[in-house]
Design a protein around this ligand. Sequence first.
Ligand SMILES: [Zn+2]
Length: 217
Amino acid sequence: MRGLSEGKQAVLRTAKKAYREKLMAGTSGNMSMLIPAGMEGDAMLPQAGGCHGSLMIITPSSYDYEIMEEKDIVVTDLEGNVIEGCHRPSSEWRMHAEIYQHLPHVQAVVHTHSPYATSFAVNHQEIPVVLIEMIPFLKGKLEVSAYAEQGSAQVGRNAVEILRRKNACLMANHGIVAVGESLESAYLNSVYVEDAARIYHRALVCGKPVVIPGYEE
Ligand SMILES: [Zn+2]
C-alpha cells in the first residue's frame, strides 16, 4: 500500500495527464484515491474522523492544473475535513466520499467533463456497447445518472446506483465519473469512456452503429 506522499504524487501525475489529454478543461474535473484506515504509510497524522477513519487524497478546488504541485493536493477524511493541505478539496468531494462509502471495491474515482462523453450526458443519452473495450473495462453500456445539484452528496448517490454494476457512468448535464481498484484503472476507464463516446458519435454521423451481439439490452 502506498503512503500519502506517493499517493499525492500519483494523483498529481494523473490529473496533469488528464488535463494534457483534454479530458478536463480549465479547472474542471477532479480525482481522488482512497487511503484505508491505518494505511497512511509515511505520514504522521491526527486521528481522522469520518467513515471508519479512511482518508482520501483529492485534487484541490478550482486550481490550475498546469501549476499544480504535490503540496497542492489535499488529504481529507470522508466527511470533508482537511487533514493535510493548504487548499479546499474539490467542490465535488461529497461525490467521491459517497462512492467510497457505498462501494467498498472502489479505491479511486476520476471525474471529468470530457467533451464527447459529456455531449451524450447533456442529451441524457446512453452509449450502447459498440466497442469491445466497453465490455471488460466499463462492464457494458454507459448509462446516465440522474441530475443533482453540483457539489451535493446526491450527485454521488445517483452515480452509485449505476456504479454498483458498472465502472463508469455519464452524469446528466455534467460529465462522467469512472472508478477502479487503483487510480491507474479508474483513469484508464475514464479514457475508454471518452473513446467510446467519440467513436459512437462519429459512427452516428456516418451511418447506423451496430451493437455487439448479446449486448442489445
Ligand atoms: Zn464536474
